[in-house]
Design a protein around this ligand. Structure first.
Ligand code: 2HA
Ligand code: ZN
Length: 273
């Protein structure tokens, strides 16, 4: 089967284009990666080239050693993924130690995976462990309303979670574990990768102050939907704060406790102050 006809690659391309259409990927902004299943690798095995050179990851990720990932390319545009997938995205394989990678398909024209490869692979390693292997998608984008909030709200997990949950009832249903917030750090840095990995032990959403958001999930639709839900709620919050500093009425802590009871969610009391 040709690589671009496989279900995994098609799903990846669709998600990248959905993100572009939301306006979350100016120029070469944002990046997406997917940890492939064995059967997905097998069905395109004939198309993969294992004679390519090895490159250092810039992190050590033994928990996902030897695995195959689909990645967007550094300097490549989400806008072009659907038009020219072979140049915009690639499949990489990690070595047995989880320290180096080789490009086995795509990223033609001398491309490399995203500059955020340390954050992505450390996030995959963390989420694979804490989800019992079910999480496969790591998605980073630059949604404007979420970023705007990082200039005005205190950079605390409790405050972001509570403020975002308060905007729409489905927020606490979609991410009952809350949202983690990382203070500003250099994009693509080891420091940011370590911090993100820590946050993802608890959360499926990490907000990077003055930069963007990173989400983890089991499949393309639910991971995209997670980012979409957070950004939608952030958009409402920005509108509310732009209209007035004071909410006349809101979803209260007790309202959230009642919702949690009906939806059988366990919401941490630290967010219900
Ligand atoms: O340009 O978004 O964080 C890619 C990025 C880096
Ligand atoms: Zn970014």
């Amino acid at each position: 089967m040709s690589v671009t006809e496989s279900k995994a690659v098609k799903g990846f391309i669709t998600m990248a284009n959905d993100g572009w259409e939301q306006g979350w990927h100016e120029r070469n902004g944002g990046n997406l990666s997917y940890r492939m299943k064995d059967e997905e690798v097998k069905e395109i095995a004939n198309e993969l080239d294992h004679s390519t050179e090895w490159h250092p990851i810039g992190a050590s990720v033994p928990g996902v050693a030897g695995e195959y990932f689909i990645f967007t390319g550094t300097g490549r545009y989400f806008q072009n993924v659907i038009k020219n997938p072979e140049e915009s995205i690639g499949i990489i394989k990690l070595d047995d130690k989880g320290e180096n990678y080789q490009i086995v398909w795509g990223l033609t024209g001398g491309g490399r995976p995203t500059s955020e490869i340390p954050s992505h692979l450390m996030s995959h390693e963390t989420k694979k462990a804490v989800s019992g292997g079910t999480h496969r998608v790591i998605y980073h984008a630059h949604p404007a309303n979420t970023i705007a909030l990082t200039f005005v709200l205190p950079l605390k997990d409790e405050i972001f979670t509570r403020e975002i949950w308060e905007m729409m009832p489905e927020c606490s249903v979609v991410f009952p574990e809350g949202i983690g917030v990382a203070e500003w750090m250099v994009p693509g840095s080891h420091e940011l990768a370590v911090r993100t990995g820590e946050l993802l032990k608890t959360y499926n959403v990490a907000i990077w102050a003055h930069h963007g958001m990173l989400c983890s999930g089991e499949d393309f639709d639910s991971t995209f939907g997670l980012m979409h839900t957070v950004e939608k709620a952030a958009t409402i919050l920005v509108k509310v704060m732009s209209m007035t500093g004071i909410k006349r009425q809101t979803i209260t802590s007790d309202n959230m406790r009642a919702l949690a009871k009906d939806f059988k969610l366990s919401l941490d009391e630290k967010f219900l102050y």
